[in-house]
Design a protein. Structure first.
Length: 749
């Protein structure tokens, strides 16, 4: 029977057609209006965001736990730690000339004192070895403002270095490190983006065989990212920007989902054109894709947003920033795929076929079903031996996920930053020569003014006891700040160890659990808390641990509900949720295996800190779980379509997997190319994130979707749990494919 040309305009009231079809139909019929509207939307979003600027998070937004209470107490009593820069003077030959060092230190002091940004320049201090001289410079503004005003100090240090070429004069300190780290990360991430764009374009070209078609998904992804950056700037007035790599994460997710959604849509249109041997008009093909892939994109976008929204439950400004940025870019990428993409494809017309599919009439239907020797071979064990395949697959994935039970979390300290940074190299050299300039605990206490003398005595006793402990570094004099009436004191207690060292935690526990409560807690009405880098790391890790199960439970519940509404089957909803969770847990286990040990250091060019960044696991979960939903919804929607056409469950599974395998794999490769690029950055936390997402996407697309999913769905069929709602709605189809999905109207919606 020869194919007939379907009527591109179904005799179904427009209001009863799915919203995705109505939007696509209008865009295809009014392409220039849709393109103009999208262009104006992008310009308006980016322009408004640029004009409004980005509201940065306040210093207090980062405070958590007891460390946050200590910082607040210090600020309230005007005894907060001031920003201090350390300038190290050494000799490139190793033997430091005292006179030359003294002259350089005097020159440095004179020029620094002339700056408005400087409150005090301490007397030069010579190390015990005599190989280094340090000059400490206290800045004149609160610590949270110092980073923006550190440049004059850096320029002065560079000027003094030029005047004393026989010496090495370098500056370090928290502000200098932050500035260089941001600049270096910005340059590295720019390289990542320059790498990802051509790779993505190449992959899309291989998928579509057309440079023009390959450019469409990339163009939409880029414009979605531009619009999202503007909207994110506006949203920062409600959810302040935490800085760091938030913009880079937005770009990474925007590129991944933006390309994927366009890819799903475009591949479905070409499939409809191929299936009908080119007799189905482009407009009708767009409507057919809107009724199927379009609805899947809409559902997937909502599911990803629900997954990312779980990050708000952590109660951390960084997670809130990341959640806001990612939700915005996913929503805008989803909107672009449903609105302007049909318009662009309508303007392309028959060029959408890439010039080769229409010449393959003989094998059109075989291509449509996704027949492939490779995918058929991979699918065969799952269909023939589902129980054995499921058992083997689950065993391997659970085995890979098991190391997650040994996960150790900590906040990044200076010791985890790359040694290639000049400020980090200077910091390490400074702390080696002057041990008390490194990490320290800060004890803050407040009492009634009438008990000020008692507080002073307790603080003196505390300082004396820590000097007798090997856990603390020796100091020439107590480092403390006292309020004018003596009722509040902040005492800094330096330690020898970096933040992530177990002995840093041991010294913190000694203070919090023993010394401070026994000495200061005995004073009537005393308020006290302990802060510092180790305290912040401990408190933030505790916050994460306390919220982890809540976040997981809420995300799983939300996505379970979405899958239940979408597929109308408890069995399928639970299966989808469990498989998506397994993908995330497997990525966690791989993270522990690779980054908590040392065996992979030379392979990925990193130095293992022995722990994972405290934010990494939750970020991996939220992002990977959301992206996994994309694949799950796309594949299961194809299986459901096949079942509703009257195919048996096994035939539906086979056709659904084979028809989606190539596009899911293409999407996965594109995502991986974006994520893999982050592995080549110097920042360990970005390496961990890029590695986990790349590996998770690979396992999810190949192992979970092509092996585990069909095996488990085949078992569901055998157990009699196949959803009745998936049965064919029109028995007249006789198990054959209808001529065009859009002719089914709202049945597909």
């Amino acid at each position: 029977m020869s194919p007939r040309t379907p009527n591109p305009t179904p005799s179904i009231p427009d209001t009863k057609r799915p919203v995705t079809v109505r939007i696509a139909s209008w865009s295809a019929a009014n392409p220039w209006k849709a393109v103009l509207a999208w262009t104006l939307f992008v310009i308006l979003c980016f322009g408004a965001g640029t004009a409004a600027g980005t509201k940065e998070a306040a210093f207090s937004d980062f405070w958590v736990g007891q460390a946050g209470r200590a910082e607040a107490l210090a600020v309230e009593n005007d005894i907060a730690a001031p920003p201090v820069a350390q300038i190290l003077i050494t000799s490139p030959r190793g033997d430091l000339d005292e006179n030359a060092a003294a002259a350089a230190a005097a020159d440095l002091s004179t020029q620094m004192n002339a700056l408005d940004e400087v409150a005090e320049v301490a007397e030069p201090v010579t190390s015990e070895s005599g190989d280094a001289v340090m000059v400490a410079v206290t800045m004149s503004m609160p610590k949270h403002e110092a980073k923006e005003r550190i440049d004059p100090l850096l320029e002065t240090t560079a000027s003094v270095q030029e005047s004393h070429p026989d010496l090495d004069i370098a500056q370090t300190g928290g502000e200098a490190i932050s500035v260089e780290l941001d600049e270096t990360m910005g340059a590295k991430l720019a390289q990542v983006e320059r790498f990802a764009l051509p790779v993505t374009l190449l992959i899309l070209f291989l998928v579509f065989g057309s440079l023009l078609l390959a450019g469409v998904p990339l163009l939409l992804a880029i414009t979605s990212i531009i619009a999202s950056l503007g909207v994110y700037a506006l949203s920062s007035y409600f959810f302040p920007n935490a800085g760091g790599a938030v913009a880079s994460v937005l770009t990474m997710i925007g590129m991944a989902v933006g390309v994927d959604y366009s890819l799903f849509y475009l591949k479905r249109i070409r499939e409809e054109r191929t299936r009908t041997r080119g007799t189905l008009s482009v407009a009708a093909s767009i409507e057919a894709a809107a009724a199927t892939a379009g609805r899947t994109i809409l559902t997937a976008g909502i599911a990803v947003i629900a997954s990312l929204a779980g990050l708000y439950l952590v109660g951390d400004v960084v997670f809130s920033s990341i959640a806001t940025a990612c939700i915005i870019v996913v929503a805008i990428a989803m909107i672009s795929s449903l609105t302007v993409l049909p318009a662009l494809l309508a303007k392309l017309g028959r060029r959408i076929d890439g010039g080769k599919f229409l010449r393959r009439d003989k094998n059109a239907r075989k291509q449509t079903s996704g027949e492939s020797r490779v995918w058929s071979a991979m699918l065969r064990p799952s269909m023939k031996y589902p129980i054995a395949t499921a058992a083997i697959g689950l065993t391997h994935l659970i085995g890979l996920a098991a190391p997650a039970l040994a996960m150790k979390l900590s906040v990044e300290g200076k010791e985890t930053f790359p040694d290639s940074l000049d400020t980090i190299a200077t910091y390490e050299a400074t702390t080696a020569q002057f041990p008390d300039t490194g990490v320290f605990h800060m004890v803050v206490a407040e009492v009634d003014p009438s008990n000020a003398d008692e507080l002073a005595a307790a603080i003196a006793e505390l300082e004396a006891r820590t000097q007798d402990s090997d856990l603390f570094a020796e100091t020439d004099r107590p480092r403390m700040r006292v309020s004018p009436d003596g009722s509040a004191i902040a005492l800094e207690l330096p330690i020898h160890y970096p933040t992530s060292d177990p002995r840093a935690a041991e010294s913190l526990n000694l203070l919090r659990d023993d010394l401070v409560p026994s000495l200061i807690g005995s004073i009537d009405g005393a308020t006290y808390a302990v802060s510092g880098e180790p305290a912040y790391a401990a408190d933030f890790s505790d916050l994460q641990s306390s919220r982890l199960l809540v976040v997981l439970a809420c995300v799983l519940a939300a996505t379970l509900l979405i899958m239940l509404i979408t597929f109308k089957s408890w069995a399928m909803a639970v299966l989808s949720t469990v498989l998506n969770l397994l993908s995330s847990l497997t990525a966690w286990g791989a993270l522990v295996l690779v980054f908590q040990g040392t065996w992979a250091e030379s392979l990925l060019d990193f130095e293992s800190p022995g722990f994972l960044g405290s934010r990494t696991p939750l970020m991996v979960f939220a992002i990977l779980y959301g992206l996994s939903l994309d694949y799950q919804l796309f594949v299961m929607s194809r299986i459901k379509e096949a079942a509703q056409r009257g195919l048996s469950p096994r035939e539906s599974i086979r056709e659904g997997i084979l028809s989606s395998a190539s596009v899911v794999t293409s999407a996965a490769v594109i995502m991986m190319s974006v994520f893999v690029a982050f592995i080549f950055t110097d920042r360990i936390e970005m390496k961990q994130l890029g590695f986990a997402l790349a590996l998770g996407v690979l396992l999810d697309a190949v192992v979970v979707r092509v092996m585990l999913l069909p095996a488990l769905m085949t078992m569901i069929d055998r157990f009699g749990w196949w959803p009745k709602r998936w049965q064919a709605k029109n028995a007249a189809t006789g198990g054959t494919r209808p001529e065009s999905p859009e002719l089914q109207g709202s049945a597909l919606g």
